[in-house]
Design a binder for this molecule. Structure first.
Ligand code: KG4
Ligand code: ZN
Length: 336
């Protein structure tokens, strides 16, 4: 079954064709970095407009790159939420119209479920059950994945998401948007041990996160050391990153032990982080676990993950009517 997936929940307009939830025939991601760069973050109204401008071309490109004609598509799926409502509406409405025009089944997909499916697009996906850390700009959650469409929430952030903390620290340091990638690069040149920021582990037996404390600690450090904004940028970035990575790694490994899973996965934009990938690799070796991380191109928002998640939902008979609507809700669902 060839599924055309569409993703427009935030600042990427994306389309992809995926066969049987596993084989990526094409994936096209049009970034809006240039649109939002000068504002230091995503401006929702500008995101919606950019999606409208790009969606037709991106979908056309994805179908062409898959080497098929649109009549070879078996089903259409789009991100239904959570995300920016105006942005979601563009991809969701486009997908409904496309499916209606060709008489195809249509599925609405939860963005978080989509991210977790990015790990099934790798050469050796994890066997069930496994524990997955989803770390992005909007979410930081740990799920136990029992089946393709059966995931149970073990914990989530109580305040900021990990990616959001990266973005905010980047802004504080005057490094701009998109922050995660910039801090990742800066940190590589810094000393992670020179400035030690607090780690918020909360209850060690639980899998919830909190990143607002570290964000405030960085802010206070910069205020107390005004010169640091020019001469300690790489060390602040490295110290901040080390604290975030410590917490993410510890929670994921503890969750794997608690659920007796030998396989762990990391997905979402923050999974692209070089230090996180390196550190989790070391931890997995030490604990004799198998680590699964998608290629960087599938960590950030993309439509292949949406098409992959949709395949299983469609196979199970799920269909969305043309009256279905998007949702902005930000909390991670307790089950997916
Ligand atoms: O999954 P994603 O593309 O969109 C959401 O669903 O939010 O994640 C975007 C987030 C942003 O906060 C961005 O700063 C972060 O992922 N990110 C990174 C890196 N690349 C992107 N964070 C740390 N290191 C990176 N290399
Ligand atoms: Zn995302």
């Amino acid at each position: 079954m060839k599924v055309l997936g569409i993703e427009s929940s935030c600042d990427e307009t994306a389309a992809a064709v995926v066969e049987d939830g596993r084989k990526v025939l094409s994936t096209v991601v049009a970034s809006q970095v240039k649109v939002h760069h000068r504002y230091g973050g995503v401006v929702p109204e500008l995101a919606s407009r950019a999606h409208i401008e790009k969606i037709t071309g991106v979908v056309k490109q994805a179908i062409e790159a898959a080497g098929i004609d649109k009549t070879a598509i078996d089903a259409v799926a789009a991100t239904q939420g959570p995300g920016l409502v105006g942005a979601l509406l563009v991809g969701f409405s486009f997908s409904k119209a496309f499916a209606y025009g060709l008489g195809l089944p249509f599925a609405g997909i939860n963005h978080l479920e989509g991210h977790i499916h990015s790990v099934f697009l790798t050469a050796n996906p994890p066997p069930f059950p496994f524990v997955a850390l989803l770390a992005s700009g909007g979410h930081t959650s740990i799920y136990e994945v029992q089946r393709c469409s059966g995931m149970t929430l073990l914990g989530q952030t109580l305040d900021d998401a990990a990616g959001e903390a990266y973005d905010k620290v980047s802004k504080m340091l005057g490094l701009g948007y998109p922050g995660g990638e910039i801090i990742d690069r800066m940190a590589a040149a810094g000393d992670p041990g020179r400035i030690v920021f607090p780690r918020s582990y909360l209850d060690r037996e639980r899998f919830d996160f909190s990143f607002s404390g570290i964000k405030t600690a960085v802010k206070r450090y910069i205020e107390d050391h005004p010169e640091s904004r020019t001469d300690q940028v790489t060390d602040i970035a490295a110290g901040f990153q080390e604290a975030v990575v410590d917490v993410l790694a510890e929670k994921l490994m503890r969750a794997a032990a608690a659920r007796r899973c030998r396989h762990v996965a990391v997905v979402g934009g923050v999974a692209a982080n070089r230090r996180l990938r390196e550190r989790l690799g070391e931890e997995a070796d030490r604990l004799d676990l198998y680590l699964h991380i998608p290629p960087v191109s599938l960590c950030g928002d993309n439509a292949a993950m949406i098409a992959a998640a949709a395949y299983h939902r469609l196979q199970a008979g799920q269909r969305e009517g043309l009256d279905a609507d998007v949702y902005s809700r930000v909390k991670a669902p307790s089950a997916l």
